[in-house]
Design a protein around this ligand. Structure first.
Ligand code: KIV
Ligand code: NA
Length: 279
């Protein structure tokens, strides 16, 4: 497969071909996403929740994101790789955001960065894109701001809310972002925003009219214990947890009853060596 570049994404957008995006957090999860032909792989700060077991994304550090990004980058051969800037690494000033973006690109080895926020982040997005670093925006439900949003709630449900979202979308676009993630927005609102923009929208809980879709790999593969809360927009395309449980239980049983390891899993040695050794 040919390398996906910004130009590839732009031509997909122009042709109306949906853009596929999925998160990854390490070498194996990026490897399989790349192999499956995902157009974009996102090293998301959802890492905090699905891979570190934290309550929300606020605690994950820049260095933890860089560690994940570097691991994912080694497995990413053709997908376009985007790294999330974690909370605290970009809000203080455009200069701080640029420094964090450069760190993500140079050390995390991603092709682009993503940050959360709309109109108020426009000067920051301009600063980063002026340095030649592609930026993916993220508006609507912005999990890093869940405390001020009053939790993980649907956005744009009122006329004023929808207007504010459109303003955010335009601001992010005009600041030079190559695309924008729309999270947890009614589909009709996301469709209108998508129609009004000239950059692709990547939806998560925003309906089928977006220019592309993104999901958290751990969620869509069912790689978590049964009973975990999942947002309404997640569809389970796999049952990795059950598959892992089955394999590990079988291994445990075979160790207990000594059927593993069998002869084919062991190394040969000459009988006389053993005989001499035993003496
Ligand atoms: O961190 C993440 O996984 C994300 C996507 C869900 C858009 O930001
Ligand atoms: Na994120």
């Amino acid at each position: 497969r040919k390398k996906v570049t910004l130009q590839t994404l732009q031509s997909m957008y122009k042709k109306g071909e949906p853009i596929t995006m999925l998160t990854a957090y390490d070498f194996p999860s990026a490897h399989v996403a790349d192999h499956a032909g995902m157009d974009i792989i996102l090293v998301g700060d959802s890492l905090a929740m699905v891979s570190m077991g934290l309550e929300d994304t606020s605690e994950v550090s820049m260095e933890e994101m860089i560690f994940a990004a570097r691991s994912a980058a080694r497995a990413t051969k053709s997908s376009f790789l985007v790294g999330d800037l974690p909370m605290g690494s970009y809000e203080i000033s455009p200069e701080q955001a640029l420094a964090s973006s450069i760190h993500m690109i140079k050390t995390g080895r991603t092709h682009a960065i993503k940050l959360e926020g709309g109109a108020s982040l426009a000067p920051t997005i301009s600063k980063i894109t002026s340095a030649g670093i592609p930026v993916l925006g993220h508006i609507g439900l912005t999990p890093q701001r869940q405390n001020s949003l009053g939790g993980f709630r649907v956005q744009g449900k009122t006329t004023a809310g929808a207007m504010a979202l459109l303003e955010d979308a335009f601001a992010v676009q005009d600041a030079g972002a190559f695309g924008v993630v729309l999270e947890a927005i009614p589909p009709q609102i996301a469709e209108i925003i998508t129609r009004k923009l000239r950059i692709p929208t990547i939806g998560i809980g925003a309906g089928a009219s977006c220019s592309g879709q993104v999901l958290v790999q751990t969620d869509m593969l069912g790689n978590f214990p049964p009973g975990r809360y999942l947002p309404k927009f997640v569809k389970r395309f796999g049952d990795v947890w059950a598959e892992s449980l089955k394999g590990i239980e079988a291994y445990g049983e075979e160790v207990k009853n000594r059927t593993y390891p069998a002869k084919e899993h062991t190394y040969d040695v000459k009988d006389e060596v053993v005989a001499n050794f035993e003496k």
